[in-house]
Design a protein around this ligand. Structure first.
Ligand code: SF4
Ligand code: FES
Length: 210
């Protein structure tokens, strides 16, 4: 039988509340266990933390040092003090949301968060790509399903997600698990497009079936 390393417990403070947690877990995990809400966007418990959206930004204080960190990445340590809401935290989240809303103004998830943080939907010029490039669909398909049926193509402002028809036509029909992860409706639209293109170019009887 392999030896199991026992994680020691430490006490941290989140929003003035003492929270007992295992050493080494992230702030987000410790907060979730203590029923303290921290918003996330490019995050899924089955996927490795990515740390790209920064919506989970919180303020931490360690030995007198204060900084803003991503709660989904930052590991807890003894005597850590965390503030999940502060002027700086809210300002950061507001700015992130305003930027994302320029890409996906109709996303219900973004709209709810915008209301909470007073984000102005019209602050940045609209570039309605509808995809906010969170990569959740891509990472879920690669890490959990091990299929790689969807990926990023192009760079810079032309970057977008695309289904790989050869894989999607056989693997996605009975899966579609990534659909509910998408914070916008872009993923479904991209899949319907792939499906339609495959149908229009495949005259064989083994073409896509719903
Ligand atoms: S399609 Fe949706 S889940 Fe995939 S990267 Fe774009 S916003 Fe994220
Ligand atoms: S949830 Fe996006 S950076 Fe943490």
């Amino acid at each position: 039988m392999g030896k199991q390393k026992k994680m020691s417990e430490i006490i941290i403070q989140i929003d003035g509340k003492e929270v007992k947690t295992a050493e080494g877990v992230t702030i987000l995990e410790a907060a979730q266990k203590a029923d303290i809400f921290i918003p996330t966007l490019y995050h899924h418990e089955k996927l490795e933390p990515f740390g790209a959206c920064r919506l989970c930004t919180v303020e931490v204080e360690v030995r007198g040092w204060k900084s803003l960190v991503a709660a989904c990445l930052y590991p807890v340590e003894k005597d850590l003090v965390v503030r999940t809401r502060s002027e700086k935290v809210d300002k950061t989240r507001k700015l992130i949301l305003e930027f994302l809303l320029a890409h996906a103004p109709c996303s219900p998830q973004l709209q709810d968060l915008a209301e909470e943080y007073g984000a102005d939907r019209d602050r940045f010029e609209k570039e309605s790509s509808f995809c906010i490039l969170c990569g959740l669909c891509i990472r879920y398909c690669a890490e959990v399903k091990k299929k790689n049926a969807v990926g990023f193509v192009n760079n810079g402002t032309r970057r977008e997600i695309r289904f790989i028809p050869e894989i999607a036509t056989t693997e996605c029909i009975n899966c579609k698990e990534c659909f509910e992860l998408c914070p916008t409706s872009y993923l479904q639209a991209a899949f319907v497009l792939t499906e339609s293109l495959a149908l229009s170019t495949d005259s064989s009887p083994t073409g896509l079936k719903k």
